[in-house]
Design a protein around this ligand. Structure first.
Ligand code: ZN
Length: 132
């Protein structure tokens, strides 16, 4: 297992980690297999989406924050970050990407993102690279 550090700057943001994942795969030196990208936090997640136009992520952030309110009087969790926990489950804790000839197999416009929902924080993600 490989641990990568991610430093976030805002309460809610998407950090492009594609380069860091690709670098870790190159360092391990396997040709074919899969890489599991795992987030061990309950108020963050991992997602794959467009990395060409940053407006896409701005829109995702805007829309999810509209339908998952920060301050809903019905929330029971006392920490005041129920929206962050809900978004974490909504986006999910992991993604799996195919590795072929040492490279990540992603669509032309795809990137891998750490999804922060309760930042800014120093976070960690785990990678498991499985040959095959
Ligand atoms: Zn909480």
């Amino acid at each position: 297992m490989i641990a990568l550090k991610v430093k976030t700057q805002y309460r809610s943001e998407f950090v492009d980690i594609t380069g860091d994942v690709a670098k870790a795969v190159r360092k391990i030196g396997i040709s074919d297999g899969i890489v599991l990208i795992y987030c061990p936090h309950t108020t963050a997640g991992i997602t794959i989406n467009e990395n060409a136009d940053p407006s896409v992520l701005t829109d995702i952030n805007l829309k999810t924050s509209k339908f998952i309110d920060h301050n809903d009087p019905d929330y029971r969790h006392g920490e005041g970050n129920s929206d962050s926990h809900i978004k974490s489950s909504f986006f999910g804790a992991s993604e799996t990407v195919i590795i072929e000839r040492g490279k990540l197999v992603l669509g032309t416009w795809q990137g891998i993102f750490f999804a922060e929902f309760d930042g800014p924080r120093n976070r960690e993600i785990f990678l498991k690279i499985i040959p095959g």
